[in-house]
Design a protein around this ligand. Structure first.
Ligand SMILES: Nc1ncnc2c1ncn2[C@@H]1O[C@H](COP(=O)(O)OP(=O)(O)OP(=O)(O)O)[C@@H](O)[C@H]1O
Length: 719
C-alpha cells in the first residue's frame, strides 16, 4: 500500500519545529492540538500523551509508537513521528480536519446519524480493522471517538497502538488501579480476567460503535463502569430493536447482531463482515458523509462549542443531579474505553444505581448471572422478572412479577438497585430476599480465603491496597471473618426498623459516575490531584480517585460546617467517628461502641436532612426570584456577595456551586459505601438473630444507655 505524498515526508523530532495551536480533542491520557509544522507550514495534529499517567515504560510506548508509524493503510491514522517533551510523548499525526465521529454527533447529531452515513463510516473502519488483524494487531479501542474524518470525507481509525500500550505494560496484562473511562465498548471476554481475548474483541467493539453511531451514544453509556460490566456480562447482548429502531434496515440490525455475540468464536472476522449485505450498498466516499460535514465550523471552534455546551449544561438547573452534572462536564473524557481496568477495583468503586428498562436490551443471560453470583441458580426462578423494590434491606422480592422465589443473582441485582428506593421499615423483607441475602453472605464467607468478599450489592471487596476508611475496612473484614459477633437488642431493633427517611434523604439514585468513570476536574476525582501529592493532603485514595483534605473544608457557612462534619466522618479515615468518645474509638470493635456510633449517625443524618431542606428552600427561592445571584451565575460572573465570601480558591457562585456539587457527589458515593457496609452488617446480624444472645440483655441495655449519654454529650459539644 502506498503512502500519500505528505505521509512520506519526514518530520522533525524537535519540539521547536511545531507551533501548537488550538486544542482539538482530549482523551483520558492525552490532549490533541492542531499544530503547524514550521519547516513546511503544514498543518498537523500533535497528540501529547501524559507519560506520568501511564503504567507502561517509555521503551514500550515508543516501540508501539514506532509500530504505529509503520502501519500503512488509507483508513488508519498513522503517526509521522514521536518524541518526548518534558513528561509527555508527542505523537505527530496527520490533521483530520473534521474531527471524530463522536465530536460530529455531539455537535449536531445527538440522536445518531443516518444509516447511509453510518454504513460508509463503518465500512471504512472495518477495512482498517481487517488490515490490523491481518497484521496480527488488535486495536482495542474501537469507538466513535477514535474514528476520524478528513476534510474530504475520508474516514480513518485512530488511536491504534500507543494508548493501548500505555496501560497494558506492553504485554497485554492489565495494570491494577488504572481504570479510565467506561467499559461500554469492551467485549465480555475482555472483562473476564480469567479468559483470554483476541482480535474478535475488536469486532464486539465495532458492533457497539455501530450502535453508538445509530443512537448517538453507546449502550449503557449512562451507567457507571461496574453497572456496565454487570450488564454486559449478564444481559443479552445489546442490539437494534426491531420495533423501536424501525428507521434502520434489517441488514444493519443483522450485521450488528453478528458482531455482538458473546461467544467470540461465533463472531465473524472483519474480512467476512465486509462481505455482509449491509456493506454492499455503501459508496465511498459517502455523499451522505459529505452532506453531514457541510457548514460545520472549524474543528477547534466546534470543540470549543461542545465544551461550552457541556459547561452550560452544568450550570443549567435542568440537570437533575450533582453526579449527572459532573458526568456531563466530563462526558467527553468519559468516552474512553481503554482495556486497562481492574475489575476488582472497578467493583470496589462502583455505586448503586437503578437499571433503566429502556437501556437494558434483552433478557438476562442466565449463565453469566450464575457465574457472577458464583453459585447455582434455581432454574425455576431465574426467569422471573423483578418489579421495583420499595424497601431498604428488605429488598422486597414480593414485587417479583411472577411471584416465584427469587434467585440469588436476582436478589444481588435488586440489592444493587436499592439506591434509588425509599427507606422504609425493614418489614417488607421477604423470606426469598433473606434467603438470597444469606446465599450471598455465604459466597462472601466462602471467598474470604480467596481475598475477595462479595457484598450484597455485587461489589467485590478485595483485600488489596486501596485505602479505604479504617472503619469501613474494619467492618468489612469483620463481616468476613467473624460471624459470631454479639448483637444487642437495640441494634436488632435498629436493623428491623430502619428509620423512615423522607425522600430528601434517599440514597442517591445515580452513581457518582464522575468518580467512577472519568477523571474529573474536581480533586475528588482527579488523577492529577492523586498523583501530585504535594498539592493537597491525600485523605483517601481509591483506585485512581482521591479524596483530599481540601474537599473537607470548603464550606465556610457555619450551617454548612455542620454537614461538613458528617461528611468528614465518611471522608476522613484517619479521624475517629464523630460523637464517639476516644475510649469508644479505641475500643471500636465493641458492639456497644458501634451502636453508639450508629445512634450518633442517626442524629447527624437527621440534622443533615434539615440542612438539605434549608438549602433546597434557599436555592428554590433564589431561582424563583431570579435575582442578581442567578443572573450573575448564568453569566458566570461573581456577585458582590460571593466576592466577599471567605471561601478558599474560586469564590464565585459558580465555583462554589461546582465545589458543592463535587462534595455532594463524593458524599453520595460515601453514602453508598456505608450503605453497603451497613447492609452487610445487618445481614450478618439477621443470621445471628437465629442464635441465642450470648450476653445478658439487661447488661447490654445498660451499656447502651451509657453510650447514648456519651453520644448526647458529644452532640452537645459539637453543637
Ligand atoms: N489526528 C487527529 N486529527 C484531529 N483530531 C484528532 C486527531 N487525533 C485525535 N483527535 C481528537 O482528539 C480526541 C482525543 O484523542 P485520542 O482519542 O487519541 O486521545 P486518548 O487520550 O488516546 O483518548 P482515549 O483514551 O479516550 O481514546 C479524539 O477523540 C479526536 O476527537
Amino acid at each position: 500500500m502506498k503512502r500519500s505524498a505528505s505521509e512520506r515526508k519526514t518530520f522533525s523530532t524537535s519540539r521547536e519545529e511545531y507551533e501548537l495551536l488550538e486544542e482539538i480533542g482530549q482523551g483520558a491520557s492525552a490532549t490533541v492540538y492542531r499544530a503547524i509544522y514550521r519547516p513546511t507550514n503544514e498543518v498537523v495534529a500533535v497528540k501529547c500523551l501524559d507519560l506520568e499517567r501511564c503504567n507502561s515504560n517509555l521503551e514500550n510506548i515508543q516501540k508501539e509508537a514506532q509500530i504505529m508509524s509503520l502501519m500503512n493503510h488509507p483508513n488508519l491514522v498513522t503517526s509521522y513521528c514521536s518524541f518526548v517533551v518534558d513528561r509527555c510523548l508527542w505523537v505527530i499525526m496527520p490533521f483530520m480536519a473534521e474531527g471524530s465521529c463522536l465530536h460530529l454527533m455531539k455537535y449536531g447529531y445527538p440522536d445518531g446519524l443516518k444509516e447511509s452515513t453510518i454504513g460508509y463510516i463503518l465500512k471504512e473502519t472495518l477495512k482498517a480493522l481487517d488490515y490490523l488483524h491481518r497484521h496480527g494487531h488488535i486495536h482495542r479501542d474501537v469507538k466513535a471517538g477514535n474514528i476520524l474524518i478528513d476534510s474530504d470525507g475520508m474516514v480513518k481509525l485512530a488511536d491504534f497502538g500507543v494508548s493501548a500500550c500505555m496501560f497494558d505494560n506492553g504485554d497485554r496484562r492489565r495494570a491494577r488501579n488504572t481504570f479510565i473511562g467506561t467499559p461500554c465498548w469492551m467485549a465480555p471476554e475482555v472483562m473476564q480476567q480469567d479468559s483470554g481475548y483476541d482480535f474478535k474483541a475488536d469486532i464486539w467493539s465495532f458492533g457497539i460503535t455501530a450502535l453508538e453511531l445509530a443512537h448517538g451514544h453507546a449502550p449503557f453509556s449512562k451507567f457507571p463502569p461496574m453497572k456496565v460490566l454487570l450488564m454486559t456480562l449478564q444481559n443479552a447482548p445489546p442490539g437494534l430493536d426491531y420495533d423501536r429502531d424501525k428507521k434502520f434496515s434489517k441488514s444493519f440490525k443483522e450485521m450488528i447482531g453478528m458482531c455482538l455475540v458473546k461467544d467470540q468464536k461465533k463472531r465473524p472476522t472483519a474480512e467476512k463482515l465486509l462481505k455482509h449485505s449491509f456493506f454492499k450498498k455503501t459508496k465511498s466516499p459517502g455523499p451522505s458523509v459529505k452532506k453531514v460535514l457541510l457548514d460545520l465550523p472549524p474543528l477547534g471552534d466546534r470543540v470549543k462549542i461542545i465544551q461550552l455546551k457541556d459547561a452550560a449544561q452544568l450550570a443549567s438547573k435542568e440537570v437533575p443531579s450533582a453526579e449527572q452534572e459532573a458526568m456531563s462536564q466530563s462526558e467527553y473524557k468519559r468516552s474512553v474505553s481503554g482495556w486497562n481496568f481492574d475489575v476488582e477495583d472497578l467493583k470496589l468503586q462502583a455505586s448503586l444505581i437503578p437499571d433503566d428498562e429502556d437501556d437494558i436490551t434483552g433478557a438476562k443471560d442466565e449463565d453469566q448471572t450464575k457465574r457472577l453470583a458464583g453459585e447455582d441458580v434455581d432454574a425455576s426462578s431465574s426467569s422471573s422478572g423483578f418489579g421495583r423494590t420499595t424497601s431498604f434491606i428488605g429488598v422486597d422480592c414480593r414485587e417479583s412479577t411472577s411471584g416465584s422465589e427469587t434467585s440469588t443473582a436476582e436478589c444481588l441485582n435488586q440489592i444493587s438497585d436499592f439506591g434509588d428506593k425509599e427507606y422504609v421499615d425493614g418489614n417488607g423483607c421477604s423470606e426469598a430476599a433473606l434467603q438470597g441475602l444469606e446465599k450471598i453472605t455465604q459466597v462472601c464467607l466462602k471467598s474470604q480465603n480467596n481475598r475477595n468478599c462479595r457484598a450484597p450489592n455485587g461489589l467485590l471487596m478485595p483485600d488489596r491496597e486501596v485505602t479505604r476508611s479504617l472503619s469501613e475496612k474494619d467492618v468489612i473484614s469483620k463481616r468476613c471473618e467473624n460471624n459470631h459477633q454479639e448483637i444487642t437488642d437495640k441494634s436488632r431493633h435498629t436493623m428491623r426498623k430502619v428509620p423512615s427517611f423522607n425522600s430528601q434523604l434517599m440514597l442517591p439514585n445515580q452513581a457518582s459516575a464522575n468518580n467512577l468513570s472519568a477523571p474529573s476536574r474536581f480533586s475528588g476525582g482527579s488523577g492529577d490531584a492523586l498523583e501530585d501529592g504535594s498539592k493537597v493532603d491525600l485523605v483517601q485514595k481509591k483506585g485512581r480517585f482521591s479524596v483530599t483534605s481540601e474537599n473537607v473544608d470548603f464550606v465556610t457557612d457555619p450551617s454548612m460546617k455542620r454537614s461538613s462534619s458528617f461528611g468528614a466522618f465518611l471522608l476522613d479515615s484517619k479521624q475517629g467517628l464523630p460523637g464517639q468518645s476516644s475510649k469508644a474509638a479505641q475500643n471500636g470493635s465493641a458492639p456497644a461502641s458501634l451502636a453508639s456510633s450508629l445512634q450518633c449517625l442517626l442524629k447527624q443524618t437527621s440534622a443533615l436532612q434539615d440542612l438539605i431542606a434549608i438549602s433546597l428552600n434557599n436555592l428554590e427561592r433564589g431561582m424563583a426570584a431570579d435575582g442578581p445571584t442567578c443572573s450573575a451565575l448564568q453569566k458566570g460572573k461573581p456577585t458582590p456577595e460571593s466576592q466577599s465570601s471567605e471561601n478558599v480558591g474560586d469564590t464565585s457562585d459558580g465555583g462554589r456551586r461546582q465545589l458543592l456539587l463535587s462534595k455532594i457527589s463524593e458524599f453520595q458515593s460515601r453514602m453508598n459505601d456505608l450503605t453497603v457496609v451497613l447492609t452487610t452488617e445487618n445481614l450478618m446480624q439477621m443470621k445471628l438473630q437465629e442464635q441465642p444472645p450470648s450476653a445478658p440483655i439487661c447488661q447490654t441495655e445498660e451499656k447502651d444507655q451509657d453510650q447514648q449519654k456519651e453520644c448526647n454529650n458529644q452532640e452537645t459539644k459539637v453543637d
